[in-house]
Design a protein around this ligand. Structure first.
Ligand SMILES: [Zn+2]
Length: 121
């Protein structure tokens, strides 16, 4: 039974017969049709040896690596809009260095009281 990637190879190198081992390698390693086609075209265009399936697969893996890397950088350089932090909700200062622990505690207690929790009375 022929694998589609092996078929692509056979179409690109008419008359060539990869060994069973090589066909297995193609079946096991190749998953991307476009990149495999690109690899085969590169091989043919350079008149490389069609028997060098191992090297071909290495080239394919290289392409795949690059392909993945490129996708990752897409959209990485979006200008970041600077959004200043809001002023402190307790003292109104733009750059507040206080943690306002007491105020925070009081506010939580107040909220709990309003919510009607007996333990907060
Ligand atoms: Zn503050």
């Amino acid at each position: 039974m022929n694998n589609e990637f092996v078929d692509m190879y056979l179409k690109m190198f008419p008359g060539m017969r990869p060994t069973l081992f090589q066909m297995d390698m193609i079946e096991a390693e190749i998953t991307d049709k476009t990149l495999w086609q690109e690899t085969l075209r590169y091989w043919c265009g350079n008149d490389y040896r069609a028997q060098s399936v191992f090297k071909m697969i290495e080239y394919y893996k290289d392409l795949k690596q690059k392909d993945r890397g490129d996708t990752r950088t897409v959209g990485r350089y979006q200008p970041q809009e600077y959004i200043p932090p809001p002023p402190c909700e307790f003292c109104g200062s733009d750059v507040c260095l206080s943690s306002h622990d007491d105020e925070r505690r009081q506010r939580i207690q107040e909220e709990n009281r309003k919510a009607g929790h007996k333990w907060a009375q």
